[in-house]
Write a protein that binds this ligand. Structure first.
Ligand code: ADP
Ligand code: MG
Length: 729
């Protein structure tokens, strides 16, 4: 690239040259505004792609302009006046041939008067309106007609207040000239575009996307199918896959205890005492997990299975293998109530076999906690169960070899990272990842625990590949036998009485009922009021029936934990007929006698959430139903997405199908939630539509890393900068 002419960079005559100063120059407000948008390095600016484009490359004669379209005209100023009615404004009338147009400005500066002086020819770009008094344009962008027309579309960038387009355009253009865009993907590894053409180079793609030729099909830019977009998406996906592959390899260099269940040990005894036989799917995932545990490398496995598919017993068997090996196992759930509900069964299976369990929760009394910590530190407790409390600093394990996280999607990325760090044995050098040790044989005795994560929100394949390439996945794809399918009904809120009648009917048969109120996120107080009101109304409605009084409980997220537990216990024991609750019962609760679930304001819930809720019933042999009560509020009917969700619920009970539809309705970013996705890690690619590119990236990543490790490193640095660490969560 030729150096810019010297004259340009030398200070203007008359102005003193800037003093060379020892201090770093203060950042201008513009630079700070750019940093806020994450625009620090030249590459950041180069990857800051336009939202849309403006066509300033052509002139439309006014005579051919169509009402309501955006055009650029070239015309001569015939008058320029400041008017004060109805408010202060600059009115400039311009003429193009026979036609005139009034340009209206409510904010204006002296420079504009100069530019639009009578007799000057100008270009004005904006939306034209034809009216009674001729054409008008409000606040067009105006330039002198003398300058040459640009030959590319003008980019309009995402920006923030205080950062003008013009400034950003210059900054991006400058960055594009300076930035190093050497290819990091070896040409033989590049895919073809979908019409079989070779991929564009990164440089060509970026230059094009910032300044496309005016004849480009705007559709292909908008839907990101243009070859230039293809290249960017491929690059981004590759960076993501590379980073995950690297962390996977780093993990494979670590050591973990190789655990094998001896014949006749705890594992075998547990299997023999279970009140049921494992399903084929459960047996298969158990084998997958056992094989991982038998390796001297830490397991990193996600166990996914629909609600009620029987993940707990799989966790118990894994724990048994660990304990058989003489090690400790930690089990974590996102909330206290879940930790208790969820693992009650598991403890019920293991304690009779002589296993000592320690509990760790946030609400524990100091004394109890001290005792538990001692049990854990001495190694006497083979099984440690609790909430996040399990990963707090004070907890020191004697010999932790397996950590199991239930409902892992409810833990944030940061928490999962913390857990990774925590899992390393205390006192051991925390040097596992990367630097220093080369290929791990220097790690000596440092051992890491195995990690098993469980989730009832099945992740569609592309998402699993995209976000969890660093994970092995086991899937329980069938339910235990003997379940009666749940009937799902959509009922308008106007028919509430019928719903109450149905509840009465179930209670008369000795069954139990859940009634779920929506969590009102903006206002916990409102939320509580709502649940309390429903609780009272339901009590009144059911009391009318006469007969034996029915116990109706209320469970709310703001209740103290002990109170929550007491309510849950009464419901589990069967003494309580109806449980009114906010979504705190969403996951994990297992009451087989509950046969009816009513969800109030079902239109406010997400699809996976509804599916999870529905999974609370149909856990026994009784025929079960889920009533989704919706309200259209003041609107004549439900909004489109709410309707799509409820329709999906009524049509299918299969968690994987639900997840697929959820992804379709919400898109992957929202599907995973910002927490889960580490704040939208993918800017360009879309896992729902770019499956083919994702496949390519997954395949290309190991080849690039093996054949050209330095290029791979550059690629990740270019794309992820400081974000690479997040991808490892
Ligand atoms: P989830 O996968 O949602 O955690 P659970 O582990 O809570 O499911 O299991 C749901 C119910 O199914 C529990 O009551 C459990 O004891 C029971 N269950 C699990 N596996 C089997 C099986 N193979 N046969 C019969 N019942 C089973
Ligand atoms: Mg569970």
């Amino acid at each position: 690239m030729p150096a810019p002419p010297a004259a340009k960079s030398s200070p203007k005559p008359g102005k003193p040259a800037a003093q060379a100063s020892a201090k770093a120059p203060a950042k201008s407000p513009m630079v700070r505004a750019m940093e806020k948008l994450g625009l620090r390095r030249d590459i950041d600016l180069a990857l800051h792609l336009p939202l849309r484009y403006e066509d300033e490359t052509r002139i439309t004669p006014l005579a051919r302009a169509r009402d309501g379209t955006t055009v650029q005209i070239k015309a001569t100023v015939v008058s320029s006046d400041v008017s004060f009615r109805p408010r202060r404004q600059l009115l400039v009338v311009v003429r193009d041939g026979e036609e005139t147009c009034t340009l209206r400005f409510f904010n204006f500066y002296p420079s504009m008067h100069k530019l639009m002086a009578v007799g000057h020819t100008i270009r004005a770009r904006g939306e034209v309106r034809g009216g009674f008094l001729g054409w008008t344009m409000v606040h067009p962008s105006v330039s002198a007609a003398g300058a040459p027309l640009p030959n590319a579309l003008t980019p309009v960038y995402p920006t923030s207040a205080g950062l003008p387009q013009a400034y950003l355009r210059k900054a991006v253009a400058g960055a594009l000239e300076r930035v190093d865009l050497t290819e990091t993907v070896a040409p033989e590894l590049l895919p073809r575009t979908h019409d079989g053409q070779p991929m564009w180079t990164l440089r060509a793609a970026l230059q094009f996307l910032h300044h496309p030729r005016p004849d480009v099909s705007l559709d292909t830019l908008e839907d990101h199918s243009h070859p230039a977009w293809q290249r960017l998406k491929a690059e981004e996906l590759l960076a993501q896959q590379l980073s995950q592959l690297e962390s996977r390899r780093a993990r494979d260099r670590l050591r973990a205890p190789a655990l094998r269940a001896p014949e006749g040990g705890l594992h075998d005894r547990l299997l023999a005492t279970l009140p049921f036989v494992l399903t084929d799917a459960q047996a298969r995932v158990c084998r997958e997990i056992a094989a991982d545990l038998g390796q001297p490398v830490p397991m990193h496995r996600l166990l996914q299975g629909d609600v009620g598919s029987g993940k707990t017993v799989v966790a118990a068997l894994a724990a048994a293998i660990c304990i058989d090996g003489g090690y400790q196992c930690a089990l974590m759930a996102p909330t206290e109530i879940l930790a208790e509900q969820h693992f009650r069964k598991l403890i019920g299976w293991l304690e009779p076999l002589g296993i000592t369990t320690a509990w760790l929760t946030g609400s524990q009394k100091a004394k109890e906690r001290r005792d538990m910590l001692a049990l854990i530190a001495s190694g006497e407790a083979a099984l440690v169960i609790g909430t996040h409390a399990v990963i707090q600093d004070k907890v020191v394990f004697d010999r932790l070899a397996l950590a199991i996280i239930d409902e892992q999607h409810r833990f944030g990325v940061a928490q999962r990272l913390a857990l990774r760090g925590k899992m390393r044995p205390q006192g051991a050098a925390r040097d596992g990842h990367g630097h220093g040790h080369g290929h791990g044989d220097g790690n000596g005795d440092t051992q890491e625990p195995h990690l098993l994560m469980m989730s009832a929100t099945p992740i569609p394949r592309t998402l699993a590949m995209g976000y969890y390439a660093d994970l092995d996945v086991s899937t329980i794809d069938s339910l235990p036998p003997g379940r009666t399918p749940i009937v799902t009904k959509l009922v308008n809120e106007a028919r509430r009485d019928e719903v109450v009648a149905r509840i009465r009917d179930q209670l008369a048969q000795g069954r139990q009922v859940y009634w779920v109120c929506p969590l009102i996120e903006e206002s916990e107080a409102l939320d509580l009021a709502n649940a309390t009101e429903t609780h009272a109304a339901l009590g009144a409605a059911l009391a009318d029936a006469g007969g034996e009084p029915i116990e109706i409980g209320l469970l709310h997220s703001r209740m103290p934990v002990a109170e929550k537990k007491a309510v849950m216990d009464r419901f589990i024991s069967g003494r309580m007929g109806v449980l009114v609750s906010t979504t705190v019962i969403e996951v994990g609760v297992d009451v087989p006698n509950a046969s009816l679930m009513v969800v109030e304001h079902a239109e406010r819930f997400g699809l996976s959430q509804l599916h999870q809720l529905r999974g609370r019933v149909g856990r026994g042999a009784a025929a079960s139903a889920c009533v989704l009560m919706y309200s259209t509020g003041d609107a004549p009917r439900l909004g489109e997405t709410a309707r799509a969700r409820l329709k999906a619920m009524a049509e299918t009970a299969d968690g994987f199908e639900i997840a697929r539809r959820d992804l379709e309705i919400r898109g992957p970013g929202e599907f995973l939630g910002a927490r889960q996705s580490g704040a939208a890690l993918l800017r360009f690619a879309d896992l729902a539509t770019d499956a083919a590119l994702l496949e390519w990236a997954r395949d290309a990543a190991p080849r690039l890393l093996d054949r050209h490790p330095e290029l791979a490193r550059q690629h990740v640095a270019r794309w992820l900068g400081g974000k690479a660490e997040f991808l490892k969560a």
